[in-house]
Ligand binder design. Structure first.
Ligand code: NAP
Length: 248
C-alpha cells in the first residue's frame, strides 16, 4: 500500500526532509508539505505542496481523512506552538503516526554573554537599564511586547517591509532575508552600535548573528522555546527518514 506523508513545514529542515524522502522512498511514499502561506516559499519543494491553515485540529483531521494521509511529521519551527498542538490533537484523535523533527537548540560558547528569558515579555523586561541599542531579530509578530520599553533604540529586522508603523518609540527597520554571513552581521552591529541582540532560541546550524555578537562583545537576550507537545521526536532529517523507513 502506498503510504502518504504530511510534512508540516515552513523550515529549512522540512524542505530538506521532503527532498530526501522523495529521493529515498520514490513511488512507495506520497509526500506533501504544508505551509502556512504567510510568506512566499523561498525554495522549491519536492513532492506536493499545500498552502494555508487547515482550520484547527478539526481541519487537520478532515485533511488526513480526505487525502488518506497515514504519517505526519511536524517539522515546523520550534516557536510555531499552535500548529504543533493542533497536529498532536488531530493525530491522537485519529490514531495517526506522528513524529516531531525538532532542531537542537543553540548552546552558548565561551565568550558569549547570554541572558535567557521566558517569552518576548521576559525579553522586554530584561532590557531597561542594561541595553540602549537593541537589534530585535524575533520577527514582526510580538513587537507589541517592546512598545513600552523606554530609553532603548531598536533595530528591527523583517523579511518583508512592514505594512504598518511599528509600535516602538524609537527604532529603524532593516528588511533582509537569510542567509546572513558573520561578516554581514558584524557590519550591521558595528554600523548601528548595537549593544544587545534579542533572539528566539530557534536553534539549528551555527547562527551568524550569535557568532557576530560573540566577536563584537554584544549581549544576547535569548528567548526560551515554548514546551513542545508530548510525542516522539528526533533532531535530524536522517533520523526522521529512519522513522519513515520503519513504516513504509
Ligand atoms: P503557529 O502560531 O503555530 O500557527 C498559527 C496558525 O497558522 C495555525 O493554527 C494554522 O492555522 C496555521 N499554520 C501554521 N503552520 C502551518 C503549516 N505548516 N501548514 C498549515 N497551516 C499552518 O505558527 P507560526 O508561528 O505563525 O508559524 C507559521 C509558519 O511559519 C509555520 O509553518 C512555521 O514552521 C514557520 N516559521 C515560524 C517561525 C516562528 O518564529 N514562529 C519561524 C520560521 C518559520 P489554522 O488554525 O487555520 O489551521
Amino acid at each position: 500500500m502506498i503510504r502518504r506523508l504530511l510534512i508540516l513545514g515552513g523550515t529549512t529542515e522540512a524542505a530538506a526532509l521532503a527532498r530526501a524522502a522523495v529521493a529515498r522512498f520514490g513511488d512507495a511514499l506520497a509526500v506533501t508539505t504544508s505551509l502556512a502561506g504567510r510568506i512566499p516559499p523561498s525554495q522549491n519543494l519536492a513532492g506536493e505542496v499545500r498552502v494555508g491553515g487547515f482550520g484547527g485540529a478539526d481541519g487537520i483531521i478532515k485533511y488526513l481523512g480526505d487525502s488518506g494521509t497515514n504519517l505526519v511529521i511536524d517539522a515546523t519551527h520550534p516557536f510555531a506552538a499552535e500548529i504543533s498542538r493542533q497536529a498532536e490533537d488531530a493525530c491522537v484523535r485519529t490514531g495517526t503516526s506522528r513524529l516531531m523533527l525538532i532542531r537542537p537548540p543553540w548552546q552558548p560558547a565561551p565568550g558569549d554573554d547570554w541572558i535567557e528569558v521566558n517569552g518576548l515579555d521576559g525579553a522586554a523586561a530584561a532590557l531597561p537599564g542594561i541595553s540602549h541599542r537593541v537589534f530585535l531579530t524575533t520577527g514582526p509578530g510580538g513587537i507589541d511586547a517592546f512598545s513600552s520599553v523606554s530609553d532603548v533604540w531598536f533595530l528591527v529586522r523583517t523579511f518583508e517591509p512592514p505594512t504598518a508603523a511599528l509600535p516602538l518609540n524609537d527604532h529603524a527597520v532593516v528588511v533582509a532575508r537569510p542567509p546572513f554571513t558573520v561578516e554581514d552581521e558584524m557590519a550591521l552591529l558595528t554600523e548601528h552600535r548595537i549593544d544587545t541582540i534579542v533572539s528566539k532560541q530557534s536553534g539549528g546550524p551555527t547562527d551568524a548573528k550569535l557568532a557576530a555578537a560573540r566577536s563584537e562583545g554584544a549581549r544576547v537576550v535569548m528567548v526560551r522555546r515554548p514546551e513542545p507537545p508530548v510525542g516522539e521526536s528526533v533532531e535530524t532529517v536522517e533520523a526522521a527518514l529512519d522513522w519513515i523507513a520503519a513504516r513504509v
